[in-house]
Design a protein around this ligand. Structure first.
Ligand SMILES: Nc1ncnc2c1ncn2[C@@H]1O[C@H](COP(=O)(O)OP(=O)(O)O)[C@@H](O)[C@H]1O
Ligand SMILES: [Mg+2]
Length: 312
């Protein structure tokens, strides 16, 4: 079943004739009315064919990821439609939007995690440093080392704290000696802000830590192999406010070295940690731009409704 045309006030409104020139006359899929809220999108935001309903600047100068015309299907369900977006180097991109709008689906495109979902199909172009990761020649182990992931629920391996962090360097052979490995484990835990809390118990199980510590351990594990990008899918939603604040501080520090794409349900968190924000709605990327601009001056009515709490 196509659930895109469900019963929200937004979708019951008639399709507006004020579509961008490129879309005028085109069937507006699933009855979504994506007319910007009284503000006409700039021509620059409409210069591409299929994602031409996205408002704002989807391209950046120094992109680590460039995604064009990305579509995802789960069987017959069209979960993500014609997404065009870049991820900037050493920046945090926040992805927001109502539950089920496709945020996790999009995130999983960036390290080919949708490959692990039965029936999932991804089309379009997803370039990491200029090379399409969609091709059959992509080494998935290598890709997932370059594009690390932190999940909603902290998921340390049932191993010691040390072995959790050493896991990636061991698999990828990035350290030459035990001393090298010790150094990487120590520096990764330091960068994750966890070293002082665990340095005396590195051989104890990672699962014995508190939730917030476990999440920082997972971040230490992700950065131990020097990824280029870290994907975070609601990394704080299982954490208390103090642990959340620590992870947010950590994200700010990590941005010096990595690009971070974070899915969050908290608009306050998006505003605090990100430089760019992308708003998804029912499988479409509605608006993307600098975080300050998106939150203070949303150009699309759907974005405005969401951030002012009228929707979602
Ligand atoms: N494995 C799956 N099989 C079928 N449909 C899925 C699967 N994962 C997600 N979906 C559907 O795709 C849409 C987007 O889901 P998701 O990316 O998880 O949204 P979000 O992370 O924004 O909450 C939803 O309608 C969801 O039901
Ligand atoms: Mg999700």
């Amino acid at each position: 079943m196509n659930d895109v045309g469900n019963q929200t006030a937004q979708t019951r409104r008639p399709v507006d004739a004020l579509q961008a020139p490129e879309t005028a006359g085109r069937r507006v899929e699933a009855g979504l009315n994506l007319k910007p809220s009284g503000r006409v999108p700039s021509a620059a935001s409409l210069d591409h064919k299929s994602g031409d309903r996205t408002v704002g600047q989807y391209a950046v100068d120094d992109a680590v990821f460039s995604c064009r015309d990305v579509n995802v299907f789960y069987g017959a369900k069209h979960a993500l439609r014609n997404v065009n977006i870049d991820v900037g180097r050493k920046q945090v991109l926040a992805m927001i939007g109502p539950s089920g709008c496709g945020k996790s689906t999009f995130l999983r495109c960036l390290n080919r995690m949708n490959d692990t979902v039965p029936g999932a199909r991804v089309t379009g172009s997803i370039k990491l440093d200029g090379n399409d990761i969609q091709g059959p020649g992509t080494d998935l182990v290598r890709l997932r080392a370059r594009v690390g992931m932190v999940f909603q629920k902290p998921n340390p391996f049932p191993k010691s704290i040390y072995d959790n962090v050493a896991y990636g360097p061991r698999i990828h052979g990035t350290t030459r000696s035990r001393a090298d490995l010790d150094e990487v484990v120590c520096s990764s835990l330091q960068r994750a802000g966890l070293w002082d809390e665990v340095k005396d118990r590195l051989n104890r199980p990672g699962t014995g830590l508190s939730g917030g510590q476990q999440q920082r351990l997972c971040i230490a594990r992700a950065i131990a192999i020097q990824p280029e990008v870290i994907l975070m899918d609601e990394p704080c939603s299982a954490l208390d406010p103090i642990a959340t604040a620590r992870v947010e501080d950590l994200i700010e520090d990590l941005r010096e070295s990595f690009a971070i794409v974070i899915v969050t349900h908290s608009m306050q968190q998006a505003a605090r940690v990100s430089q760019r924000t992308a708003y998804f709605h029912m499988g479409e990327l509605i608006e993307v731009g600098e975080t300050d601009r998106v939150f203070t001056n949303p150009r699309h009515r759907l974005t405005e409704d969401y951030i002012t709490g009228r929707f979602g």
